[in-house]
Design a binder for this molecule. Structure first.
Ligand code: ADP
Ligand code: TRP
Length: 335
């Protein structure tokens, strides 16, 4: 049986961080053996919010290098740059006729971006979910490993695909957000305000390129409180976030010890020491990030290799994209 098609993308709008890793890239790495995988750098998408392109080339290369450093094998997956696949642009055009102004205006990420940059409400920003749907549907992907923040975009992609199928005939399967756990992951910013993100809140975001000392400093400053007031309390989200991070990089015994300390604590008898928890987390995080940082730096110094990898990725992706477009044109009657 043919392997199911998987696709995901990351915008080259800054340095990759733990949210990208645990929300998205870690799943990519696990999926590469089981599925037919396409992963790409969404440089067209970044133009909607980052019109200054001086940094873009560097960022694109860094994202490619960091993906490989995290364990993606360019021989197993197609790793490419969005702008190397013009087929996406044509599909975007057709899908734009499936998307209604009202639903685009209601998209959470759109509203947020309008709020943050009221002077740059461009049509590309409004139709961001349509371009994202084209990225996915161009390979007729069914599984899309993303973090929780992308759930609404996936729902929109399903709607556009369904409307297309309904109007012109069945071409697209229904793409679903995917994560190996039961729930999509969301890594919070270390001050507890919002999510870790490339472009906001940088002092409270841990980047894969951060030096050991920066990692320690950021974790030691992370928000905590005076401890639980009763045994087996529900954890506030900023504490839960530290445990989530710990469960990703520390041994199960270590996590269990701090879980037990938390659950046995109460007012006047606080067993858990957040200072110790953060020290342990920092030490384990440093060990986790250091080899990724080193490998990504090596790769970034080898531009020829990166170019070869993305060219090879684009070739694989274009073969798949061209076949989808052929079906799309045939369905519409444009062939
Ligand atoms: P950012 O929001 O930092 O600019 P992107 O929007 O390019 O990152 O996201 C790339 C991938 O990383 C997406 O799958 C997204 O869901 C995931 N992701 C980003 N931030 C987080 C986070 N804080 N927690 C979990 N997943 C995240
Ligand atoms: N919108 C995604 C983000 O901000 C990036 C992205 C673009 C994407 N196209 C995609 C993710 C297609 C998955 C599939 O994170």
């Amino acid at each position: 049986m043919a392997k199911e098609v998987v696709l995901s993308g990351i915008r080259p709008t800054g340095f990759l961080h733990l949210g990208n890793y645990f929300g998205a890239m870690r799943n990519y790495v696990r999926m590469q053996d089981e599925y037919n995988c396409y992963f790409f750098v969404a440089n067209w998408h970044s133009l909607t919010t980052h019109p200054d392109t001086r940094e873009l080339r560097n960022s694109v290369n860094r994202v490619v290098a960091e993906n490989i450093a995290c364990g993606l094998d360019p021989e197993k997956v197609a790793l490419y740059i969005q702008s190397d696949l013009p087929e996406i642009a044509e599909l975007y055009l057709y899908l734009n006729t499936m998307a209604y102004k009202g639903e685009l205006e209601k998209t959470t990420t759109f509203k947020e971006k309008v709020r943050l940059s009221p002077d740059n409400v461009n049509a590309g920003l409004l139709t961001y979910p349509v371009l994202m749907a084209a990225d996915i549907l161009i390979h007729r992907a069914v599984k899309v490993p993303v973090g929780k923040d992308q759930e609404q975009h996936l729902e929109m992609a399903r709607n556009f695909a369904e409307r297309f199928n309904h109007r012109y005939g069945d071409v697209f399967p229904s793409p679903q957000a995917f994560n190996y756990g039961t729930e999509l992951v969301k890594i919070l910013s270390l001050d507890g305000n919002g999510k870790m993100s490339k472009s906001e809140n940088q002092m409270n975001t841990i980047f894969l390129a951060d030096e050991d000392e920066q990692i320690r400093k950021k974790i030691m400053k992370a928000k905590t409180d005076g401890g639980p007031l009763a045994p087996n309390s529900i954890k506030p989200d900023y504490i839960e976030n530290l445990f989530t991070l710990m469960s990703q990089v520390s041994t199960p015994d270590t996590v269990q010890k701090f879980e037990d300390d938390f659950n046995n604590s109460s007012e006047g008898n606080c067993i858990i020491r957040y200072g110790d928890l953060k020290k342990q987390l920092a030490a384990d995080m440093v060990e986790f990030v250091a080899p990724i940082r080193a490998k990504a730096a090596d790769l970034q110094a080898n531009q020829d290799l990166l170019k070869k990898i993305t060219r090879q990725g684009a070739e694989k992706a274009r073969a798949s994209g061209a076949e989808t477009l052929r079906l799309v044109r045939e369905a519409i009657g444009m062939n």
